[in-house]
Design a protein around this ligand. Structure first.
Ligand code: SF4
Length: 439
């Protein structure tokens, strides 16, 4: 009888990936007899090997303090909260989540319950992770396979050589000096790529923003969460911006240069400066793709940028529905309609338009959000969705969105992705801003 039970448990163990937890010292280990659980909003399910992939290279594992892991007990056949290590009674255990590499969209978040004194989690995404056949497995969908931000391709000696080269080319340029700090102190992959002379170079320029996103990584005025990036404190001159952009465009095939980075406010706030910079770039070359990542709040500011030669626009949003959008972005002096107006304007002017769609399983894949997305895509025929993970405490986010309204029972991120792909076969999907050679 016991032998039969053990065999049954072994078979179950093969069907699912094993739970991974941490002790109070942050040591991560797998828990035999328990399967990893992924959360899709209120749905909590044991994860199978087919629902997971090997943890992408460059991903990081984080243990979540003041929280209790949810695991699937193979013996009992149910999900339960497990505050203590069953193999070492009395030892507290904590959930472990994956912060996945760029190019991978979460299908499930880490499943856990908060202990009473839990505060907000820092501004990362918290993907479900488990262990199977000697490897960590992550609940993700790959949406972009370009190695643009693959850290293996960013050797420090080459970055330092690029820093020296750029110091010689742009000795008095404050933006170049700012990017050195980004690349060498903060380890920013976009900053590194500028000095490595590959793909996309960042052009941060705006110290201000007209939104107050709950998860803004460069400014948190309410103090509940630390920022993960330091916001640029000055606006470079048009000459400085054009100098950095041209240094990149003139030496990199299919180069992209982008306004609107994690370390700044919104670039539309300094649109006049950027307009002058774009004119300087375009007076010298037609090469390269000039892109702007923005909240898209000010169509009147976007108009001259497009006229000056802005090639592509990526507009960020957590939701396609006004009330949910405004609950997260907390706009100051603009409304959702202006974001739509900016999208329509950029499309009418022939720019490539993408949305940076901030995914949180349990909200993004609800019927309410999915249906709004499908209507939006029909009425605003953008070229691309960049599927990005929302960097915000998932339980707190779902609670905030839940206060705005009920969006229905999640259908699954994979199912959402397939529905969108099937409904709009010409729509592009990815993670990075494409060069115009790929528009
Ligand atoms: S739009 Fe960007 S810079 Fe502005 S508050 Fe939101 S995340 Fe921060």
């Amino acid at each position: 009888m016991a032998g039969q039970r053990n065999k049954q448990m072994h078979d179950e163990g093969q069907r699912f990936v094993t739970a991974v937890v941490a002790n109070g010292a942050g040591e991560i280990f797998d828990l035999a007899g328990y399967a990893a659980v992924g959360a899709d909003g209120p749905l909590q399910m044991p994860l199978s090997p087919a629902q997971t992939q090997n943890l992408p290279h460059g991903s990081e594992l984080m243990f979540l303090p003041d929280r209790v892991p949810l695991v699937y007990d193979l013996r009992q056949g149910r999900v339960l909260a497990l505050p203590e290590n069953p193999q070492a009674p009395g030892e507290a255990i904590f959930p472990v989540a994956a912060f996945n590499s760029p190019g991978y969209m979460l299908t499930h978040t880490c499943a856990y319950e908060e202990r009473p004194r839990a505060g907000f989690l820092p501004l990362f995404s918290y993907g479900a992770v488990g262990w199977h056949r000697g490897r960590f497995r992550s609940a993700v969908l790959q949406v972009d396979d370009e190695p643009r931000q693959d850290l293996r391709q960013m050797p420090l000696d080459k970055i330092k050589a690029g820093v020296k080269r750029m110091r010689r080319r742009l000795p008095d340029n404050r933006l170049r000096a700012h990017l050195e700090k980004c690349a060498l102190t903060y380890g920013c992959p976009a900053g590194k790529n500028f000095f490595l002379g590959r793909y996309e170079a960042p052009l941060p320029a705006s110290p201000a923003c007209n939104a107050r996103c709950l998860g803004c990584i460069s400014l948190q005025s309410e103090g509940a969460m630390p920022c993960s990036q330091e916001r640029i404190a000055f606006t470079p001159s048009p000459e400085e911006i054009a100098g950095v952009a041209l240094a990149h465009i003139e030496s990199v095939p299919n180069a992209v240069v982008s306004f609107g980075q994690g370390c700044e406010g919104d670039p539309l706030m300094v649109a006049d400066t950027l307009c002058s910079a774009i004119r300087m770039i375009r007076a010298r070359t037609r090469l390269g793709t000039i892109n702007m990542n923005t909240n898209g709040s000010l169509p009147s500011k976007m108009e001259p940028l497009l006229a000056a030669g802005l090639d592509s626009v990526r507009i960020s949003m957590n939701s396609i529905r006004q009330a949910f959008y405004e609950a997260y972005y907390r706009p100051k002096g603009y409304r959702w309609q202006q974001v739509l107006d900016t999208i329509d304007l950029a499309l009418a002017r022939g720019a490539h338009v993408a949305i940076n769609y901030l995914n949180c399983p349990g909200f993004t894949d609800t019927p309410g959000e999915r249906d709004a997305l499908l209507v939006f895509l029909q009425t605003h025929p953008i070229q691309m969705i960049q599927w990005r993970n929302l960097n915000f405490d998932p339980l707190r986010y779902l609670a905030i969105m839940g206060q705005v309204g009920d969006s229905g029972r999640p259908v699954g991120v994979q199912a959402l992705f397939e529905t969108v792909r099937g409904s709009l076969p010409r729509l592009g999907h990815g993670y990075f801003n494409p060069p115009r050679e790929k528009f």
